[in-house]
Write a protein that binds this ligand. Structure first.
Ligand SMILES: Cc1cc2nc3c(=O)[nH]c(=O)nc-3n(C[C@H](O)[C@H](O)[C@H](O)COP(=O)(O)O)c2cc1C
Length: 356
């Protein structure tokens, strides 16, 4: 199966099947922000805007890395770019490996930059491809392809493990990321795809000079489930059974934010199961700087085009603004200083990494 066919397969599965973790949540529901009965501010003065990696966002939200590499994906990327740029937020494109192999696919990614010349855009490559020898020149090409503001490198060992055609050699990636950090002009963001980043991993990444971490923890899209469904369709029983055992594997998004924050002040993106503006506020109160959403935006754009995506994202921004208002926070930095309570398993996890 070609990379383009696989990308289309992914889109078809995520739009039709249930691909989110069934039992394991993000644990963001264990974060209680404190209601302020007299917030002492007017709703109109609440300012949701933030600066992240030198770019201004109207709210701490972006569309996480998703697609490109197939003709259908070009139209989706165009619509996502329209939605994100009209709201003053940013977005990532999906893995650009296909366009390196097949240059006529480059416009399925660059359409984002053409649609939104001033938007914050993240290029995207896979850690497994870097381990397999993707050259620094190739990496520079993917950054140039979308005139990226940052380069996202995804680490997805669970997905590759279950994927029938997966690439499971993850040897020596961090030193290679360090070479890339030195060679490219834009910040490098290392991200998971739904299994989270631990404190040990965060220390290694921090030492290798990455510009930001996107935790992308458990609680949202499960790539074990997505690839398990593909394995089942292909008659690969062993991989399907493996996917069932590991469907909920990883670090919940809320715990992953605490893990990274316990060891580093690195710019931090919360993703993996972010489903509302209240989730964004909870993630920020744990130490994230900005958030990113993938699956719900994909579903909204497939159903309702750029207007559908815009509606979903605007709803989350309104919810975020409301959470700032109700906690008596004029800005995101004020929210970060507000008291919050960590309940249940998240409270225990917080204590285990020395955070109260
Ligand atoms: C359809 C789809 C395609 C994705 N493709 C990529 C990709 O190419 N590169 C990447 O880094 N992450 C990819 N992701 C992972 C997301 O960026 C994100 O980390 C993950 O889905 C968790 O967020 P969510 O729960 O909001 O979906 C993809 C997600 C979806 C739903």
């Amino acid at each position: 199966m070609s990379i383009s066919e696989r990308k289309i397969d992914h889109l078809s599965i995520v739009s039709k099947e249930k691909v989110e973790a069934k039992m394991q949540t993000t644990w963001l529901e264990y974060v209680r922000l404190i209601h302020k009965a007299s917030p002492d501010i007017s709703f109109d003065e609440v300012d949701t805007s933030v600066t992240f990696l030198g770019s201004r966002f109207s709210a701490p939200l972006m569309i996480d890395s998703m697609t490109g590499g197939a003709e259908e994906a070009k139209e989706i990327n165009r619509k996502l770019a329209e939605a994100a740029s009209s709201l003053g937020i940013g977005m990532g494109v999906g893995s650009q490996r296909s366009a390196l192999k097949n240059p006529e696919l480059a416009d399925t990614f660059s359409v984002v930059r053409e649609t939104a010349p001033d938007m914050f855009v993240m290029a995207n490559v896979g850690g497994a491809q870097i381990a397999a020898g993707m050259s620094v020149d190739d990496i520079k090409k993917v950054v140039d392809m979308v005139k990226a503001n940052a380069l996202a490198v995804h680490l997805n060992p669970l997905q590759e493990l279950i994927q029938p055609e997966g690439d499971t050699n993850f040897r020596g990636i961090v030193p290679k990321i360090n070479e890339i950090v030195k060679a490219v002009q834009v910040p490098v963001i290392v991200k998971e795809v739904g299994a989270g980043i631990s404190r040990e991993m965060a220390i290694e990444l921090h030492m290798s000079g990455v510009g930001a971490i996107n935790v992308s923890g458990v609680g949202g899209t499960s790539w074990a489930v997505v690839e398990g469904l593909r394995a089942k369709k292909a008659g690969n029983r062993e991989k399907f059974e493996l996917s069932e055992t590991f469907a909920e594997w990883g670090i919940p998004t809320a715990a992953s934010i605490l893990e990274v924050r316990s060891v580093s002040k690195i710019p931090l993106i919360a993703s993996g199961g972010i489903r509302s503006g209240l989730d964004i506020a909870r993630a920020i109160s744990l130490g994230a700087d900005i958030s990113a959403m993938a699956l719900p935006v994909m579903k909204a754009v497939l159903k309702g085009g750029s207007e559908g995506a815009k509606k979903l994202l605007s709803k989350s921004i309104l919810e975020y603004r409301s959470a700032l208002f109700l906690t008596g926070s004029r800005t995101t930095s004020e929210l970060k200083r507000k008291r919050r309570i960590l309940l249940g398993p998240l409270g225990e996890w917080a204590r285990s990494v020395g955070i109260q």
